[in-house]
Write a protein that binds this ligand. Structure first.
Ligand code: 5GP
Length: 178
């Protein structure tokens, strides 16, 4: 299999588009079951989650809605360092069943922060659906109820995830070659 180059780094294909689609279907089936009779609001975190969010929603058979937010990072004064502010959430999530749709949970700090922020708006429930989780990197306990792939501590690109702006359009997942 031929490797690809993005900016200065080489990447090797590790997960095919077909595998991603099959595994997203599996997770969507769990959501269909768990949210039967409800109308969850999927909250996609831009930019990385857009392909996953589309594939996940395409496989949901229950009534559901979607909205997207962006996170702005800035250095905070608390111990965790970087604080991320949730931007673009215009609708009310009070009383809603929210499913945050994320591309990858790495240290878990982003999701911890996001759950705290959204929690103050009194949703009925919040769960996380993440395409990837790197358990070896987690610094805080984050419960990712709908995790599609568990991966080792390696930098990946493709299927919405970028390396310095590029690679989001790749249909498959690639690992960096060190
Ligand atoms: P956390 O706060 O969990 O450490 O950060 C999660 C964010 O870091 C993800 O939403 C993503 O933007 C970025 N990230 C973490 N690991 C990777 C990776 O392997 N590849 C890419 N492209 N982004 C990553």
């Amino acid at each position: 299999m031929s490797n690809i180059k993005i900016h200065d780094k080489e990447f090797v294909k590790t997960i095919s588009h077909d595998e991603i689609v099959a595994e997203v279907k599996r997770v969507a089936a769990n959501i269909n079951r768990d949210y039967a009779g409800k109308r969850p609001l999927l909250l996609g975190v831009l930019n990385g989650s857009f392909m996953f969010a589309a594939e996940l929603m395409r496989n949901l058979e229950i009534e559901c809605e979607i909205s997207f937010v962006k996170l702005s990072s800035y250095q905070g004064t608390n111990s965790t360092g970087v604080i991320k502010e949730v931007l673009g959430l215009s609708e009310s999530i009070t009383g809603r069943d929210v499913i945050v749709v994320e591309d990858i949970v790495d240290t878990g700090l982003t999701m911890q922060n996001m759950l705290e922020t959204l929690g103050t708006r009194e949703p009925a429930s919040i769960e996380i659906a993440s395409l990837f989780v790197k358990p070896a990197r987690l610094q805080v306990p984050v419960n990712v109820k709908y995790s599609v792939f568990t991966i080792p501590d390696r930098f990946i690109v493709g299927y919405g995830l970028d390396y310095d702006g590029l690679g989001r359009n790749l249909p498959d997942i690639y690992d960096v070659v060190e």
